[in-house]
Unconditional design. Sequence first.
Length: 145
Amino acid sequence: MDIAFPCGKEGVEALLPHRAPFVWVSRILACEPGVGIVAELDVDPGLPLFQGHFPGHPVLPGVIIMEALAQAASCCVLAARGQEGAIGFLTGIDGAKFRRQVVPGDTVRLEAIIAKSSRRMCVAEVKATVDGQVAASAVQKYVLA
């Protein structure tokens, strides 16, 4: 399948096996398949998780930010390999840092550079920003099933 970039939700769902309510990439702004990607996540204020995390002070959990980054990086890898819809598993997160809270209504910029890619394993340097401020960064590892 040949997906043109930039693309919206349809392109994201053509690449990823994930479906609502667990798609954490709203659109892809730019992608050089197998090299790097810039995507965005619109943080919906109506997400049920904000009722409990935290009442009166809603914050998007760091694990969801890491998942969004993993999904963006996966889009980049799957587009390069022609393996749209293949299932990948997050196997490691090294050096994760959380610098800024992500709150309802934010648009999170998701960036990934593919540092290594073999037949089954991928490594990506990832960064999430909001309004130019770093919210989270890490080196993530994935394996394709």
